[in-house]
Design a protein around this ligand. Structure first.
Ligand SMILES: Cc1cc2nc3c(=O)[nH]c(=O)nc-3n(C[C@H](O)[C@H](O)[C@H](O)COP(=O)(O)OP(=O)(O)OC[C@H]3O[C@@H](n4cnc5c(N)ncnc54)[C@H](O)[C@@H]3O)c2cc1C
Length: 413
């Protein structure tokens, strides 16, 4: 049975790994000419995704590539003194298993685990998928597949081809973000530096093994802004406008906008669909149910979704008519929860009022200053997102176990 996956970032290679472990033959088509190795931005792996990575035999490599960010300094706009926070204490209290890693490092680790058993077609893209599984590509000759999976991200090509144009499924949550790469000189050893004001938050961090730093700039906007997604000068202008006058340090980051080798700008949008499957095609990760980039949790959800989809396909012996509804059923609660958690994370991260700005800074300080037990208790109450992402329970789809195996300790441990 031949399965085609579009997208070789997180969901694509994880899905490819588990499908090959279950005995399927897998091809992955990736639009980029090669795997990106520039670091990208920092993403979170919560307990279920860590446990899946462990089952893949990759946990040592994942831990080795952790960003190592363990301190945070928060400057509140207009306040004189910054607030210093021990991030490790916060992470340890929210989760007994959480790790931050650059997305492209994680992608490379998953790709390396699959490259010998999976056919990768870089620099290509699907142009048409017929109901009988005949697939046309921009470059490769047409081929027939039993199943096609879109793991091609927020702006999924497969979703567009099968379900229609993006605006039908994208729910704007009232914020935008930009990411830019800064020279090493800006790099901070294990520290996340934040400036928080009403309706705008700017952060800068490095990773211990990277020669560059990243600035992440998030701002609220009640209405969708007028720009074209290829119009980079206009996007930079919007960022400059949104962060004008915030702080001289943020001005220095913005000065790099004209020199940065890597720039990304997008709205914070959730993908909301009634179903992710049609015929022999389904979606996984951000393509099907992105809770919103940069507000946390979507990487873990992509890993979990890929693991569950592969497992349900194996259980159904490759019968997509049985596997896809089971996959959607298994993921529905996790997706609903992640969407709700991302909305509340966005409200906290980009406060709408002065009270919210103070709440974010003082709350973080209070939590990191508390002794371990009350800190854990308070965070469990306050951090809906981490709680939810850690608590996901999954069936155990390990190939060595019989299909009827019960709930696993993958997430519940
Ligand atoms: C700035 C930023 C900050 C983020 N911060 C966090 C965070 O703190 N925590 C967190 O958990 N998540 C975060 N995310 C989200 C995280 O990056 C994604 O949730 C995660 O990468 C999803 O993986 P995916 O494989 O589903 O999609 P993606 O990582 O988007 O990968 C999609 C892949 O498909 C490829 N592709 C696209 N079009 C085509 C095509 N036509 N044909 C073939 N291939 C194609 C792309 O090149 C890419 O390789 C952030 C995202 C951004 C942009």
């Amino acid at each position: 049975m031949r399965i085609l996956i579009s997208g070789a970032s997180i969901a694509g290679p994880v899905l490819a790994y588990w499908l090959t472990r279950h005995g399927f033959s897998v091809t992955v088509v990736e639009r980029a000419p090669a795997l990106r190795k520039t670091g990208g931005h920092a993403v979170d792996l919560f307990r279920p995704a860590m446990n899946i990575s462990q089952q893949m035999g990759l946990i040592a490599r994942v831990e080795e590539r952790a960003t190592g960010t363990n301190r945070m300094t928060i400057h509140q706009e207009g306040a004189r003194r910054p607030v210093r926070v021990n991030l490790s204490k916060i992470f340890n209290a929210t989760s007994d298993r959480h790790l931050e890693i650059m997305r492209d490092d994680l992608s490379e680790i998953y790709y390396d685990a699959t490259r010998d058993h999976v056919e990768y077609l870089f620099g290509d893209s699907i142009t048409a998928i017929s109901p009988d599984g005949e697939v046309q590509f921009e470059r490769a000759t047409p081929r027939r597949f039993n199943i096609v999976v879109g793991a091609d991200g927020l702006h999924s090509n497969v979703r567009r081809l099968i379900f229609g144009e993006e605006p039908r499924f994208g729910a704007f949550i009232g914020a935008y973000f930009g990411v830019l790469t800064l020279p090493h000189a800006f790099g901070l050893d294990g520290e996340l530096l934040m400036h928080v004001g009403v309706g705008r938050t700017a952060g800068m961090y490095g990773a211990r093994h990277l020669d560059e730093a990243r600035a992440l700039l998030l701002f609220r906007s009640e209405h969708e802004l007028d720009y074209h997604h290829h119009d980079v000068p206009r996007q930079k202008e919007l960022l400059r406008g949104a962060f004008d006058g915030m702080h001289p340090e943020v001005d220095r980051w913005l000065d790099e906008l004209d020199r940065t080798p890597a720039f990304y700008f997008d709205s914070i949008t959730q993908v909301r669909m009634d179903t992710w499957s049609r015929g022999r095609v389904t979606l996984v990760g951000d393509a099907g149910y992105c809770p919103g980039p940069a507000v946390g949790g979507s990487t873990s959800l992509a890993v979990v979704g890929a693991y569950v989809l592969a497992g349900e396909l194996a259980r159904a012996g490759g019968d997509h008519q049985r596997a896809f509804p089971a996959y959607e059923h298994a993921m529905a609660g996790h997706v609903r929860g992640s969407h709700a958690a991302a909305l509340s994370a966005a409200k906290t991260l980009i406060p709408a009022s002065r009270l919210g700005v103070r709440g974010l800074a003082q709350g973080a300080r209070l939590i990191s200053a508390l002794p371990a037990r009350p800190r854990r208790a308070l965070l469990r109450l306050a951090s809906k997102s981490a709680r939810l992402h850690n608590a996901m329970t999954l069936d155990d789809y390990s190939p060595s176990l019989p299909a009827s195996a019960g709930r696993s300790d993958l997430a519940g441990c």
